[in-house]
Design a binder for this molecule. Sequence first.
Ligand SMILES: [Zn+2]
Length: 240
Amino acid sequence: MSRQITSLLAIAAVCVTLAPAPAFAQAPKKEPVDCEQVKCIALTFDDGPGQYAGTLLDTLKKYDAKATFFLEGQYVKSRPAYVKRMAAEGHELGNHSYSHPDFTKSEAGTIKSEIQKTQDAVKKAAGVEPKLLRPPYGLADLQVSDIAAEYGMPMILWTAGSQDWSSKNVEAIKKKTLEVAQRDGIILMHDWVKQTVDAMPALIKTLQNKGYHLVTVSDVVKRQNLEPGDIFPVPEGWEK
Ligand SMILES: [Zn+2]
């Protein structure tokens, strides 16, 4: 080995040794799930982190399931530890505004500050920035789409809802979710609804027994090749 290469290797070794430990825990390395090969579904939890997020995270961990959290900035600020844990445990973090206004009735400046403040809060809590936007109430128009594009984010709605916020009933939430579950489905749920979190162990077990892999939204939409500002699933009457 030439002297030059040897000294380069020595420098490399020093660099590796001196590299600082990552400030935030990394998600454990795992084979990525290929939703083209296996049956996938994405459970999404909005408006959080809610007060039951810790219990939900325990359940997800127990069943090795991944989820996507569309976070509200104001609660990221008040419950940052949950957000840090979500990222560390391999869940996806999305932006769901700071204080949940209807973006289609908001000024551009308000929309931008709602998005930016939430990006900043998540970055501060978990060291990562959301790459997906779910506009409050799932409502968007061309102005919202243009702003999402500026932030480099596609907008993600849902294929079906669990109607957990209206039923607030464990059995009804399980029944509805299983009824609307489909391959590559994106299911709307809420981690501030206690009954949703209570329903989750049995629900996850049943979904897994039906062959579903519980994955993140990004896993499910990978084949859609979404561009910033795109909306998925495309709502009826949406024109761009
Ligand atoms: Zn919401």
